[in-house]
Design a binder for this molecule. Structure first.
Ligand code: TXE
Length: 490
């Protein structure tokens, strides 16, 4: 944390946009308070930028793009490495800001958010350098595949993994020669501001990366609809994704949507019980269950249901919830009071739907954090596979348990949702693990692990979980236009 820069709670720090290599005030006079989820206290104000600010950012991105796109891959990879080095030097700042801004435990902010943000830049720098030219020979001709920049990209990110997800988009986008306008979540703008400081400090050419703060309707919507934006990479809720897709469609913008999930963890009787309990708890409750990949439905084979349930509930009860800045904390606060209300309403709904609360449910308040957004990790059993709590995305620390008696039944329950992002299978039989994985209607499945990411692998979902893939060469493909040049031989 940089106390001078971000001030204290009584004197909130006012954030600025970053446009054309300068930190600039927004054109309107509207602001939103940035609240600490753990305490409800205000510690910064985020500008609610207008369409005019969006116009300014898109214009400088457009202006900067030809020169940036003309640099060699090696030169752009060099810039990504310089950003990675500078971010790494602010590792502790990233972790503490992210923990304070999102309410997540500091240990998680270090191990996941800070670490991955640095790695994303470094990884894409390496991948760019490894790119090999694609050439297809014909009898009388040679086809050269050329990857050109798309142009100006709008990068819109949510509140659950703020810098992690922003860096996942910025690095490949600028690496492929695009210039970008970032629109981070208005709920968690702090580390996006830090990234702009880093980008400024390393001297990245002006206009390559720009940022406009603001909410969805006033800032995000005009950015997506902007006539000079060529591509949109969006991570957020499925309902917002529908609006983004509708707005981008008339001008045929390139579009990547990473949306919600309702993922199943499928537990077979031949699993390694200890490793499975701890893996499934982690999948259910990491970041207070606010990760689109979280396994919020746990399907357990009949013969071990009671044994697994008891050990699972015991492990959930032993998680330490509280002060996000405490190294020992496992679970922090939910992002906002509105989100807490939404998650709590699902717990009430579960009771009406016949669910039995095994643990959690009540917001657990401590005097120090009484104005924060707290909820104890919650486990519910007895819900039918068609109940709303079993098929809708709750996006909080709420896991439902279900029984199954055959592979077919497990797959049918897992697929019984509009979402299709991820899943995990826990079994001693790896052939079965692979077989079940292939039957799941999702973009990603883990066997005997969860959120184990190789950044070269594709990331994305099917059904209402999104459109397109990012990750590794899929990101490089999305953030570029492949052009074929066919040359006839003499
Ligand atoms: O996300 P939004 P919210 C899910 C989760 C959560 C729900 C809503 O279920 O309860 O989505 O969360 C910007 N045009 N996920 O409301 O609204 C917005 O400002 C352009 C899953 O916070 O989708 C923010 O920057 N942009 C998700 C970003 O979109 C718009 C993570 C995401 O906000 C816009 C977060 C518009 N019309 C929530 N409206 C995941 N996949 O991990 C909003 N935005």
């Amino acid at each position: 944390m940089d106390p001078e820069k971000y001030g204290d709670v009584d004197e909130p720090f006012d954030l600025c946009n970053y446009i054309g290599g300068e930190f600039v005030c927004h054109s309107g006079d509207k602001w939103m308070n940035v609240l600490e989820p753990a305490t409800g206290r205000r510690f910064a104000r985020v500008p609610l930028s207008t369409a005019e600010d969006v116009d300014a950012a898109v214009a400088v991105a457009r202006e900067a793009q030809p020169a940036w796109g003309a640099l060699s891959i090696a030169e752009r990879a060099g810039w990504l490495d310089r950003i990675a080095d500078a971010l790494e030097a602010r590792y502790e700042d990233i972790a503490s800001l992210e923990s304070r801004d999102t309410g997540k435990p500091i240990s998680l902010a270090r191990a996941v958010d800070a670490q991955r943000s640095v790695t994303n830049f470094r990884f894409f720098a390496g991948l760019l350098r490894e790119q090999e030219s694609e050439i297809f020979e014909m009898e009388d001709s040679t086809n050269f595949v050329i990857h050109k920049p798309v142009g100006v990209g709008a990068l819109i990110t949510p509140w659950n993994l703020p810098l992690y997800l922003l860096s996942w988009k910025v690095a490949p986008a600028i690496g492929m020669g695009n210039c970008v306008v970032c629109k981070p979540s208005e709920l968690t703008p702090m580390t996006a501001d830090l990234l702009m400081q880093v980008i400024h400090d390393v001297g990245l050419p002006a206009g390559v990366v720009n940022l406009v703060h603001g909410d969805g309707g006033g800032t995000g919507a005009p950015l997506v609809a902007h006539k000079d934006v060529d591509l949109v990479s969006f991570t957020g809720g499925t309902d917002t994704g529908q609006k983004v897709a509708a707005s981008a469609a008339p001008s045929f913008k390139k579009l990547s949507l990473e949306l919600g999930g309702k993922n199943a963890s499928i537990v077979f009787s031949d699993c390694d019980m200890e490793a499975t309990v701890s893996g499934v708890v982690r999948a259910g409750f990491l970041n207070q269950g606010q990760v689109c990949l979280c396994g919020s439905r746990v399907l357990v084979e009949d013969s071990i249901y009671e044994q697994f349930r008891d050990r699972f509930v015991e492990a959930v009860k032993s998680m330490q919830i509280g002060d996000p800045s405490d190294e020992e904390t496992d679970l922090g606060a939910l992002i906002s009071s509105e989100h807490l209300d939404k998650v709590s309403s699902y717990v009430e709904l579960a009771k009406k739907e016949g669910g039995i609360l095994l643990t959690g449910g009540q917001p657990c308040l401590t005097p120090e954090f009484e104005h924060g957004n707290w909820m104890a990790p919650t486990v519910i059993e007895g819900l039918g596979p068609d109940s709303r709590c079993s098929i809708e995305e709750i996006f909080g620390p709420v896991v439902t348990l279900h029984r199954f008696s055959s592979e077919e039944e497990a797959v049918a329950i897992a697929n019984n949702t509009r979402y299709g992002l991820a899943g995990s299978v826990w079994t001693g039989d790896l052939v079965r693990g692979k077989r079940i994985s292939e039957s799941l209607e999702t973009g990603m499945v883990w066997v005997n692990t969860w959120l184990h990411r190789d950044l070269r692998a594709p990331f994305g979902g099917v059904k209402d979980s999104g459109v397109g893939r990012e990750g590794g060469r899929w990101s490089l493909g999305f953030f570029s236009e492949a052009m074929n040049v066919c040359v006839k031989h003499d």
